[in-house]
Design a protein. Structure first.
Length: 108
């Protein structure tokens, strides 16, 4: 989504709409700063409320968490205990005290 705060393109052969077209009382820089602050606060609020992937209570709701699973990645079968989720959403398998981060594959 884009928001034009002011209409100032010089390379277009048509008029564009902008926030300051709706009211003379809108100051584009103030509106931009206000929206930026609100969006930043909303993102921080979501991060604080988000269930962290390393939260064991959250992970226990996953099917087969803590159990031995097999993942088919291309033609390879990777085996291990479903240990958790990585920062980018990878499944972490633990085998022989070694952690394997699997970013794609099929649980079989």
């Amino acid at each position: 989504m884009g928001v034009n705060f002011v209409s100032s393109p010089s390379d277009l052969n048509y008029k564009t709409i902008a926030v300051n077209s709706f009211s003379k009382d809108v100051y584009p820089i103030n509106l931009f700063l206000h929206l930026t602050k609100d969006i930043s606060n909303s993102i921080l609020n979501l991060k604080e409320r988000f269930i962290y992937k390393n939260d064991r209570k959250f992970l226990q709701n996953f099917k087969d968490f803590g159990k031995f699973i097999n993942i088919k990645k291309n033609e390879e079968i990777i085996k291990g205990i479903f240990f958790g989720l990585g920062n980018n959403g990878e499944i972490i398998l633990k085998k022989d005290d070694k952690l394997n981060f699997i970013s794609y594959g099929e649980v079989i």
